[in-house]
Design a protein around this ligand. Structure first.
Ligand code: MLT
Ligand code: ZN
Length: 456
C-alpha cells in the first residue's frame, strides 16, 4: 500500500473528479482531518477528498482501487478508537458534503439522509413532522449519519430504542471498486436475501462506504422529564435501573457517573452542585406523549437505596442536569488524552465492576486515574484512564482481558477501530474472525478500505 505521497496522475484524476477546491493537500487544511477528537490518534494524509455526492464517491473509489491507494472514510471525526483518521498515510475520504436530507415520509415515519447529515440536523428535520431520530449522543452537532451507521453508534437512548442498526431500513453504499449498492425503499418487511444494511452497520468503513441511509423515526415525545439521583453504591444504582425499566415503559435514559467526575465537571465548567456530594449519580429520563412527571416522581420516590434526587422542573433545568453527564468526556479530555475503554458487562457484574477495574488498572499503573461513567441502563461502562502515555497500552490490555473474563464485550458502542484490534480475539472466536476475513476479502479484495481497522 502506498505511503503519504500520491502519484501525480492519481492526484490529477481525483482533482478532476471532486474539483481541485475539494482535494485538500495543504498541511493547514488537512490538520482537522488528520487528528481525532481526543488528540490520542493522529497521522498524515497525502490528501483529503471531499466529494459532493454518491457519483463522486464512486469515481474516487474506482480511481483509488485501480491505483491501490488506501482510503479512510470519515464523517464528523467524532470517533474514539482511531478508526477515522489516517494513521498509516491513507487518503481521507470526507463524507460531510453528502448532506442531502430527503422529505420525511409521515405515513411510514421514515427519512432518507445523506452520510454527511449531522444527528442534530436529522432530529430537527424529523421534529417538523412530530417525529424524532432515536439515536442521540453528546457529539450530536458533529456526528454524522454515515459515521454513526458505520459504527452502529449507541448513545443515550439505547435502553428505549436500541442502537443505530435498529433504526436502519436500508443503505446506499459504494463498494471498494466504485460500484454502488442501493436499497432505500424502506420496506419494514423485506425478506429478499442478505441484510446488507445490517452488515455494513458497524463494519467501520472496512466493507464499503455508506453514502445514504433510510432511517426509522420514532414518535416525538411531548415531554421529557429527567431527574438526577444519588446512591451510595453502584449496586444500588443498578438495582434502581432494573426497577425503573420494569415500572416505566417510557423510560428513555439511565446514565451514571461518579463523584470524582461530578467534582471535575463542576470545577472545570464552574457549575454549582445540584445535590449534596454522593458516591454515585444517575440521570434517569422518561419521555412520553403525555407529561410523565408524576410517573417519574412516583418511581424515583419508591426507589430503594436512593440517597437524594432532584427532578427537573422545566426544559432548561432538564438540560442543565444533563450537562453533568454529557460534559464528562470533555472534562476528562482536558486532563490529557485518556485511554478510552468502552465496555459492556453483564448486569450481574456491573455493581462490582468499579472496584474491580480500579484494582486492575492500579496493578499495572499505580499513578493512573480511573474515570467511570456511561449508560447504566444497557450495561455500557466507559472506562477512561488518564496518566499512562498514549502508546502505553498495558492498562488497556489488563482491563479488556478482565472484561472478557467477566463475560463482557470489549466494545459496547465505539467500535474496534485501530485501537482495539489486538484484543478482538478476546470476544470473537477464530471461526467468527475467519468469517470476518472472508467478508472483507470478498468485498474489498485489494484491501483499500480502512485497511488497518477492525480486521486489518
Ligand atoms: C459518551 O457516552 O459520552 C460517549 O460514548 C463518549 C465517551 O465515551 O467519551
Ligand atoms: Zn457512550
Amino acid at each position: 500500500m502506498r505511503g503519504p505521497a500520491l502519484p501525480t496522475d492519481v492526484l490529477a484524476e481525483l482533482r478532476g473528479v471532486v474539483g481541485a477546491a475539494h482535494v485538500l493537500t495543504d498541511a493547514g487544511r488537512r490538520l482537522g482531518y488528520e487528528r481525532d477528537w481526543t488528540g490520542r490518534f493522529s497521522g498524515r494524509t497525502p490528501a483529503v477528498l471531499r466529494p459532493a455526492d454518491v457519483d463522486e464517491v464512486a469515481a474516487v473509489l474506482a480511481c483509488c482501487h485501480e491505483a491501490g491507494v488506501a482510503v479512510v472514510p470519515q464523517g464528523g471525526n467524532t470517533g474514539l478508537v482511531g478508526g477515522g483518521v489516517p494513521l498509516r498515510g491513507e487518503v481521507v475520504l470526507s463524507l460531510t458534503r453528502l448532506d442531502q436530507l430527503g422529505p420525511v415520509d409521515p405515513l411510514a415515519a421514515q427519512v432518507t439522509a445523506g452520510a454527511g447529515v449531522t444527528l442534530a440536523r436529522l432530529d430537527a428535520h424529523a421534529r417538523s413532522s412530530g417525529l424524532a431520530y432515536a439515536v442521540d449522543l453528546a457529539a450530536r452537532d458533529s456526528a454524522t449519519v454515515g459515521g454513526t451507521v458505520a459504527t452502529n453508534a449507541g448513545g443515550l437512548h439505547v435502553v428505549r430504542h436500541g442502537a443505530t442498526r435498529r433504526q436502519l431500513l436500508g443503505v446506499e453504499a459504494v463498494l471498494a471498486d466504485g460500484r454502488v449498492v442501493s436499497h432505500l425503499a424502506g420496506l419494514e418487511k423485506d425478506n429478499t436475501g442478505y441484510d446488507l444494511a445490517g452488515l455494513l452497520c458497524g463494519s467501520e468503513g472496512t466493507l464499503a462506504v455508506v453514502t445514504a441511509a433510510r432511517l426509522r423515526l420514532v414518535p416525538r415525545p411531548a415531554a421529557s422529564v429527567a431527574a438526577l439521583c444519588t446512591f451510595a453504591t453502584v449496586h444500588d444504582a443498578v438495582a434502581a435501573a432494573s426497577d425503573w425499566r420494569r415500572r416505566m415503559p417510557a423510560l428513555s435514559a439511565v446514565e451514571f457517573f461518579l463523584e470524582d467526575g461530578m467534582s471535575l465537571v463542576c470545577d472545570q465548567l464552574g457549575l454549582a452542585r445540584p445535590l449534596a456530594a454522593a458516591p454515585v449519580y444517575v440521570v434517569v429520563e422518561v419521555a412520553d406523549r403525555v407529561d410523565p412527571t408524576e410517573e417519574l416522581l412516583a418511581a424515583v420516590g419508591a426507589t430503594a437505596g436512593l440517597l437524594d434526587a432532584v427532578v427537573a422542573g422545566d426544559e432548561r433545568h432538564r438540560r442543565e442536569l444533563w450537562r453533568f453527564r454529557e460534559e464528562q468526556t470533555t472534562a476528562i479530555n482536558r486532563l490529557g488524552a485518556p485511554h478510552k475503554l468502552d465496555v459492556t458487562l453483564p448486569a450481574g457484574v456491573l455493581g462490582d465492576f468499579p472496584a474491580l477495574v480500579r484494582e486492575v488498572v492500579h496493578a499495572v499503573a499505580p499513578e493512573a486515574r480511573v474515570w467511570l461513567f456511561g449508560h447504566l441502563g444497557d450495561g455500557n461502562v466507559h472506562v477512561n484512564v488518564t496518566g499512562p502515555a498514549p502508546d502505553d497500552d498495558r492498562v488497556d490490555d489488563a482491563v479488556l482481558r478482565r472484561v472478557a473474563a467477566l463475560g463482557g464485550s470489549i466494545s459496547a458502542e465505539h467500535g474496534i477501530g485501530t485501537a482495539k484490534r489486538r484484543w478482538l480475539h478476546l470476544t470473537r472466536s477464530p471461526e467468527e474472525l475467519a468469517v470476518f476475513r472472508a467478508l472483507k476479502d470478498a468485498l474489498d479484495p485489494r484491501g483499500i478500505l480502512n485497511p488497518h481497522v477492525l480486521v486489518g
